[in-house]
Write a protein that binds this ligand. Structure first.
Ligand SMILES: Cc1cc2nc3c(=O)[nH]c(=O)nc-3n(C[C@H](O)[C@H](O)[C@H](O)COP(=O)(O)O)c2cc1C
Length: 355
C-alpha cells in the first residue's frame, strides 16, 4: 500500500487500519462467513483489510438474533468486520448500529448502490443518490449513533454526471463519512457494461480521504492497473475474488508480502492448471465452512449460488454446476467435487463478467 494511503487509513479506521490494497465486496448471497473464511486463508501473514457482510436490512436487524442468522454469522477470529446496512430511518439505523457494534463491527458501511426495485420503492440503496440532502442526513444520523467509523458504498451519478457525484460525495463527507467506495456504474447499468474507472480517478483527485475503487477486477494485473490508473487507496473485488480467493495471495506475493499462514514456502497459483486445482481446494473449504455455519438446505443453496457466479471462469464449470444441481446435500456433493478435480481442470484469467 502507498504510504499516503496507509496514512489516510490510519486516520479513517484507527486501531484496525488496513495495510493491504485489496478487499472483498459486499454481495448478497456470497459475502458470508464461509466465503470470508476461505478468503482469509489466502490473506498474506500480517495483512489487514476490511471485510464486508452481505447487505443487512436495518429494519430487520434489531429484531434478529445477531450472530445467529446466516447473514450475521461470523468466525471467532474475524477482525476488521465492516458490515453493510441498507436503510433510511433513524430509529432502525440507531438500533442496528448498536447491535452491530456489540457483535464486533470495526466500522459500518451504508449501501447507496443497490439498484433493485424494492430499494428504489423504499428510497434506500441507490435511491438515496436521488436525494443528496437526505443521503447526507442518513450518514449524519448513522455517525451520531456509531462509535466506529462510517463509510458509504455508491455508484456513479445519473448518466455518469461527475459533478453530481463530486457534490454528492462532498455532502456525505461533510456529514462524517470516513471513506467512500465507488462502483462507477450508473444505477441504470446495474452490473452491465463496463465500470468507468475514470470516475474513480477524478473522485480521488478532487476529494480528500480514502477512496476504494470497485468494478471489473478479475486478475492481479487488474488490481495494480486500477491502483495505478486511478490512484485509489484500495481496490475492492466481488465476483472474481469469490472465484479466485488466492488473488489476495497473488497480490501479496507481487508486493513482497509473506505467504498466507500455513502456506509458507509455497508460491501463489498462477497458471490456468494451478488455478484450476486451487479452485477445487477452495471449493472444498467453502463446502466445509458452509456445512458448519448453515443448515443443510441453506448450505447447499449458498454453494450452488457461489458456483453460479464463479464457475464461468472454469473451462468445464458447467459440468460442476450441473453436478451441484443433482446433489441432494453437500455431504453427497463433496466427493463429486473431489472426483471432478482429480482430473486436471483449467481456469481462465477472464470471463465476460455477465453474471
Ligand atoms: C450477487 C451479487 C450481489 C451483490 N450484492 C451487493 C450488496 O449487497 N451490496 C453492495 O453494495 N453491492 C452488492 N453487489 C455489487 C458488488 O459489491 C460490486 O459492486 C459489483 O459486483 C462490481 O464489482 P465486481 O466487478 O468486482 O464484481 C452485488 C454483486 C453481486 C454480483
Amino acid at each position: 500500500m502507498r504510504p499516503d494511503s496507509a496514512e489516510l487509513w490510519r486516520r479513517a479506521l484507527p486501531g484496525d487500519s488496513p495495510n493491504f490494497p485489496l478487499c472483498l465486496a459486499p454481495m448478497v448471497g456470497l459475502s458470508h462467513v464461509a466465503l470470508r473464511l476461505v478468503l482469509r486463508s489466502y490473506l498474506p501473514a500480517g495483512a489487514k483489510t476490511p471485510w464486508p457482510t452481505e447487505m443487512l436490512s436495518s429494519r430487520k436487524l434489531p429484531q434478529q438474533k445477531i450472530g445467529l442468522t446466516p447473514e450475521t454469522a461470523r468466525g471467532e477470529d474475524e477482525d476488521v468486520l465492516v458490515p453493510q446496512i441498507l436503510g433510511n430511518e433513524e430509529a432502525s439505523i440507531r438500533d442496528s448500529v448498536r447491535c452491530l457494534q456489540t457483535w464486533g463491527a470495526a466500522g459500518i458501511d451504508i449501501n447507496m448502490g443497490c439498484p433493485v426495485e424494492k430499494a428504489l420503492r423504499h428510497n434506500y440503496g441507490v435511491a438515496l443518490m436521488g436525494d443528496p440532502a437526505y443521503a447526507a442526513q442518513v450518514v449524519e444520523m448513522t455517525v451520531r449513533h456509531a462509535r466506529v467509523p462510517v463509510s458509504v458504498k455508491l455508484r456513479a451519478g445519473p448518466q455518469g454526471d461527475f459533478d453530481f457525484l463530486k457534490n454528492f460525495v462532498g455532502g456525505l463527507k461533510s456529514a462524517g463519512a470516513a471513506w467512500i467506495t465507488l462502483h462507477p456504474r450508473t444505477a441504470e447499468q446495474k452490473r452491465r457494461g463496463r465500470a468507468d474507472w475514470s470516475q474513480i480517478r477524478r473522485l480521488k483527485r478532487e476529494t480528500a480521504g480514502p477512496l476504494v475503487g470497485n468494478g471489473d477486477i478479475q486478475t492481479a494485473e487488474d488490481v495494480f492497473a486500477m491502483l495505478d490508473e486511478t490512484g485509489c487507496d484500495m481496490v475492492m473485488a466481488g465476483r472474481a475474488l469469490a472465484a479466485r480467493p488466492w488473488l489476495l495471495w497473488q497480490v501479496g506475493e507481487d508486493l513482497g508480502w509473506a505467504p498466507p499462514p500455513g502456506k509458507e514456502g509455497r508460491e501463489a497459483p498462477r497458471t490456468p492448471l494451478e488455478e484450476g486445482a486451487e479452485y477445487g481446494r477452495a471449493l472444498l473449504a467453502l463446502i466445509a465452512h458452509s456445512r458448519r455455519y448453515f443448515n443443510e438446505d441453506l448450505a447447499l443453496r449458498k454453494v450452488r449460488f457461489h458456483l453460479r457466479t464463479t464457475t464461468p471462469w472454469l473451462t468445464y464449470g458447467h459440468t460442476l454446476m450441473s453436478l451441484s444441481t443433482r446433489a441432494r446435500h453437500l455431504e453427497e456433493f463433496a466427493p463429486w467435487v473431489e472426483e471432478f478435480f482429480s482430473a486436471p481442470q483449467e481456469m481462465s484469467p477472464r470471463t465476460d463478467l455477465l453474471s
